[in-house]
Design a protein around this ligand. Structure first.
Ligand code: SAM
Ligand code: SF4
Length: 475
């Protein structure tokens, strides 16, 4: 299974398997040590912050080395087969540590836990604890039971749990940008996708708790929040007992978060083409602090394949949404997800995908070959009949086209000025700052002493590589 992407912040390939650490651990001598490693989408990374927050209240600190941990958690992803293989392989690395410290607890969290349930305990003798994404409040209790000698599973999915009252501790944070989960689960049932089975029904978190979290982050010095959900455009919230009040939509929520402070940048991900409304676009256009950047997964450019995928939109509908974005938010960055070789995909379907890429000219894309997932509608009803060889060849063509457009998009930004939020020092040198412009392009520029991390600066784009704009501060 091949998968490729051109980097962005919402799903960072470089962060896969990262051990998450609390920056200023307020550990005491009797703190127990938690090693937590995360895979998959940004929602999983955000969930790990909730887990650490719950366990912090029970006397745990985080550690970056699993050998000296009392508890090892691996927060897993099931989206493609290779994501699961990666986790299985990683578990074998913990074997020696556990044999040297038999009291060590090893827990599997997240989507793979939910998909495999107690089967995980049968298949992986090393594992003591299997906990699904809606059961994290039960972790202290489950850990206590494991300490008494049992092996535990809690994979109950909930229709209500949003962890709204839990203020997540920020792990591996730069202190400037943070993610806020605004909803959980998904009701869409795309035929290829395992998420509705592993993360349960869609539910929106209360708008007040989201705005409060954004306010708290701003007051703590953060300058950018990304609102996260599998399908943010279907966010809707109505407080209990307030029947006469209107439902808060995603457009309303965006405005509420943007109103926290003009210096707080607001991003969001992911948008579903069937739900992206003009209201949302007008709200983006109205607020200078809502970034002009939309992640709008197409999956396939063929209406026939989109129908089999149960995406509930057509090629024409998608193009209409792109035209609306270009009309209402003229300078908007647009990114996407593409799957090559879905069941029955013909050369003509593949050509349709390539031609929609020519039409939209995406700023960047995540590109995957189709991976059949057990239990999904496609696995039950359709034959995975495109050979691996053809899937890979088509993916290579898609990736090569995208490389051209990613470079072209950056080249178009040369000679122009960009408002950039300084997020830190560049990976290569502490003589350079890095940050993102409104359209989510990474920008690198020499340090100027009068500016610090967390400031906004105007940068002139001078040159670029295939993924980064390079320039200098002019203001
Ligand atoms: N909810 C978002 C959406 O609908 O666009 C994203 C969900 S998923 C976490 C991220 C991406 O993984 C999807 O957009 C899709 O391109 C890809 N994906 C999901 N299931 C897949 C599968 N079975 N094989 C290959 N790629 C898959
Ligand atoms: Fe999966 Fe579709 Fe839901 Fe995205 S919208 S999480 S692809 S079912």
């Amino acid at each position: 299974m091949l998968e490729l992407n051109i980097q962005s912040k919402e799903h960072d390939e470089a962060r896969q398997g990262e051990a998450l650490l609390l920056k200023n651990d307020l550990s005491t001598n009797d703190s127990r040590k938690l090693y937590i490693e995360s895979y998959g989408c940004q929602m999983n990374f955000a969930d790990s912050e909730i887990v650490a927050s719950i366990l912090f209240d029970y006397g745990f600190e985080t550690t970056g080395t699993f050998n000296d941990a009392d508890v090892i958690f691996i927060n897993t992803c099931s989206i493609r087969e290779n994501a699961e293989q990666r986790v299985r392989k990683r578990l074998t690395d913990f074997k020696t540590a556990k044999s040297q410290n038999p009291g060590m607890i090893i827990g599997v969290l997240g989507c793979m836990a939910e998909r495999l349930k107690s089967k995980f305990l049968e298949e992986e003798k090393l594992v003591d604890l299997v906990v699904g994404p809606d059961a994290y409040r039960d972790l202290p209790n489950l850990i206590a039971k494991v300490e008494e000698g049992s092996r535990e599973v809690n994979v109950l999915l909930s229709r209500e749990e949003t962890y709204a009252d839990i203020s997540p501790v920020r792990l591996n944070s730069n202190g400037i940008t943070a993610f806020i989960s605004i909803m959980r689960g998904c009701d869409n049932m795309c035929s290829f996708c395992v998420v509705p089975f592993t993360r349960g029904r869609e539910r929106s978190r209360s708008a007040e708790s989201i705005v409060q979290e954004a306010r708290d982050l701003f007051e703590a010095g953060y300058r950018e929040v990304t609102l996260l959900g599998q399908n943010v455009d279907s966010y809707k919230y109505k407080a209990d007992g307030k029947e006469n009040e209107a439902v808060i939509t995603f457009a309303d929520l965006l405005a509420m978060v943007a109103d926290v402070d003009p210096l707080l940048r607001v991003r969001f991900s992911t948008s579903h083409p069937k739900d992206l409304t003009d209201d949302v676009l007008y709200t983006i256009a109205k607020y200078p602090n809502i970034c002009n950047n939309i992640h709008l997964p197409i999956q396939s450019g063929s209406s026939r394949v989109l129908d089999l995928m149960n995406r509930t939109y057509t090629r024409e509908w998608y193009i209409d949404r792109i035209n609306a974005i270009r009309r209402i938010v003229p300078n908007c960055g647009i990114s996407t997800d593409i799957i090559s070789g879905f069941c029955t995909e013909t050369e003509q379907d593949h050509e349709d995908t390539l031609s929609i890429m020519d039409l939209v000219q995406y700023d960047y894309a995540y590109m995957f070959t189709y991976s059949e997932r057990p239990g999904t509608l496609a696995a039950k009803r359709l034959e995975d009949d495109v050979s691996e060889e053809v899937k890979k060849r088509r993916l290579t063509e898609i990736v090569s086209k995208q490389r051209g457009y990613s470079l072209k998009r950056l080249e178009n930004q040369l000679g122009k000025t960009h408002k950039v939020l300084i997020e830190g020092f560049s990976k290569r040198s502490d003589q350079d700052f890095c940050g993102r412009n409104d359209q989510n392009s990474m920008v690198v520029f020499p340090v100027v002493d009068s500016y610090k991390i967390g400031d906004y600066v105007t940068v002139l784009g001078e040159t670029c590589t295939s993924a980064t704009l390079i320039g200098k501060i002019i203001e």
